[in-house]
Design a protein around this ligand. Structure first.
Ligand code: F6R
Length: 353
């Protein structure tokens, strides 16, 4: 039930802070130890020499973020694959692979095809999904719930943030984090709410940057590039503004020729190591007439930036950065008079290959 909300998407965006809090309560005890992850999962992952994350769409984008957690906190090389590609072009696998299937619905046919193939090859599998008792959770060796509550809007929002949180907690359980993850996630939940409460800002950004526009770009480096592809998918799938998300350093290798007077470029700037470079890239597109909208972390922000994100651990910034993107997509779509929850040609759960 949508309750007071005009659309499920807005309700589900709003629920993200609650989901973050629920997850940290479910997965950590009072001492900050990870619980509710079966020791068998942790042992199987510790025995693996490589982790393969397989998913589609938004879940694939969450995998691009989760990859960093597995690599940095468990020291295990981690690859992320699009399920429809992996299904018919299986890469050469390592000797002891471990497979993670990320999915909101647990029914995505492309991912089921891969799970089928991998099960036949006898490798260990884990599904992380929002719908427990779905095909992907039933057919994998192990399953973990996202606990995001039902997601009705076609555009995935809270499942994405829940997937990032659960992969972070799993990586922390398999390896170790150099900071207190439970504490930091509690901080993230508070800051998510702070951003969610600034809807008017995103409404006016959406209306001023995207009105009558047919194309847009999201750029960033590192984790911001990972969020950029999700941000672009959110905007294009519901507003029909053709949007590309990609690594900011790639602009100069071709795409910059698309920039015209007024082209909206949303720049995500949360990673200290590359912030200077991204500032340079922003200046280059601005010099060619782009309308730049800069969404920057507090420690990296400048006076004229469009939105300043609260500061949390850099690796967890995607949990905050994605919220402005979700809300900008929502308000741009509303402004066009389109049905936010039911974009044309799309189904909530894609059960055909
Ligand atoms: C985009 C979206 C889709 C799904 C994709 C995978 O907003 O929702 O891209 O993420 O179809 O679906 P699941 O996660 O159910 O496997």
């Amino acid at each position: 039930d949508k309750g007071i909300y005009p659309y499920y998407m807005l309700k589900e965006v709003d629920e993200q802070a609650i989901v973050a809090r629920t997850l940290s309560q479910y997965y950590f005890d009072d001492e900050g130890q990870v619980q509710n992850i079966a020791p068998e999962i942790i042992e199987a992952m510790q025995a693996a020499d490589r982790i393969y994350i397989v998913a589609a769409g938004t879940s694939y984008h969450a995998g691009l973020v989760g990859q960093r957690y597995f690599e940095q906190w468990t020291q295990t090389p981690t690859e992320v694959h699009i399920s429809s590609e992996f299904a018919y072009e299986q890469p050469l696998l390592s000797k002891k692979p471990f497979f993670i299937f990320l999915s909101q619905s647990g029914e995505t046919a492309d991912s089921r095809e891969v799970l089928d193939n991998i099960t036949k090859q006898g490798y260990p599998t884990l599904t992380i999904a929002n719908v427990m008792n779905s095909t992907l959770t039933r057919e994998a060796d192990f399953a973990l719930p996202l606990l995001a509550g039902p997601e009705i809007a076609v555009a995935s929002t809270k499942a994405y943030t829940a997937q990032i949180i659960v992969t972070a907690i799993l990586a922390a359980a398999v390896g170790h984090t150099p900071f207190d993850l439970k504490n930091e996630l509690a901080k993230v939940a508070v800051e998510m709410q702070v951003i969610i409460d600034q809807k008017d800002t995103f409404k006016s950004i959406a209306e001023s940057a995207l009105k009558h526009r047919r194309s847009a770009f999201y750029i960033g480096r590192g984790l911001d590039a990972a969020v950029a592809v999700e941000a672009a998918l959110k905007l294009k799938e519901i507003s029909y503004v053709q949007t590309e998300g990609f690594a900011a350093g790639e602009l100069k290798h071709g795409t910059i020729s698309l920039i015209e007077e007024g082209t909206p470029i949303f720049a995500l700037l949360t990673q200290a190591k590359t912030a200077g470079l991204v500032r340079g890239e922003i200046a280059q597109v601005a010099a060619r007439g782009a309308n730049t909208v800069i969404i920057a972390a507090k420690t990296l922000a400048k006076k004229d930036d469009s939105f300043v994100l609260p500061g949390v651990n850099e690796l967890l910034m995607p949990l905050l950065t994605v919220i402005p993107a979700q809300l900008i997509a929502y308000y741009a779509t509303l402004d066009r008079g389109l049905d936010v929850d039911r974009p044309r040609n799309l189904a909530k759960s894609v059960t055909v290959q």
